[in-house]
Design a binder for this molecule. Structure first.
Ligand code: AMP
Ligand code: ZN
Length: 141
């Protein structure tokens, strides 16, 4: 896709701080550096978001994110990591070429990244949770 900034990084039309490349993916420093070592893993083909990503390429992206997380975290002196994908505007996606964020974590409350969600359990009873689980259940074929 011509106007995709990440496709331009893949084709070297714009510069990046690349830290990994193989046949299917590249990884480079996120320009925002939410925390030191913040890295993006992207497929080399233009895929908009997780809804367009096939499971084999997803598995490879996650395998690379796992390998790089283990590599990056000790090198930057972090102790934890968040692996994050935002898919679609409602989830905060700003660049519409699939990417997995690797965000090294140094401090649970104050290191530049805030990853938490509300606990809404008070809005559910057991029957509602069972109905939800039944609706979402995936049979293992
Ligand atoms: P998201 O909100 O999940 O779509 O995240 C997009 C990310 O892309 C942001 O964290 C940006 O900092 C990052 N980003 C945008 N342009 C570039 C670029 N040219 N090089 C590296 N990272 C970028
Ligand atoms: Zn692209």
């Amino acid at each position: 896709m011509n106007d995709c900034i990440f496709c331009k990084i893949i084709s070297n039309d714009i510069p990046s701080y690349k830290i990994y490349e193989d046949e299917h993916v590249i990884a480079f420093l996120d320009i925002s550096q939410a925390t030191p070592g913040h890295t993006l893993v992207i497929p080399k083909v233009h895929i908009r978001d997780i809804f367009e990503l096939d499971e084999h390429l997803a598995a490879h992206c996650f395998a690379v994110a796992t390998k790089l997380a283990k590599h990056i975290v000790p090198l930057v002196g972090a102790t934890g990591v968040n692996i994050v994908n935002n898919s679609h505007e409602v989830a905060g996606q700003a660049v519409f070429h699939f990417h997995a964020h690797i965000v090294p974590r140094f401090d649970a409350t104050n290191d530049g990244y805030n990853a938490h969600w509300h606990n809404n359990m008070h809005e559910y009873n057991q029957e509602q949770l069972q109905t939800l689980a039944t609706t979402l259940y995936v049979a293992n074929k």
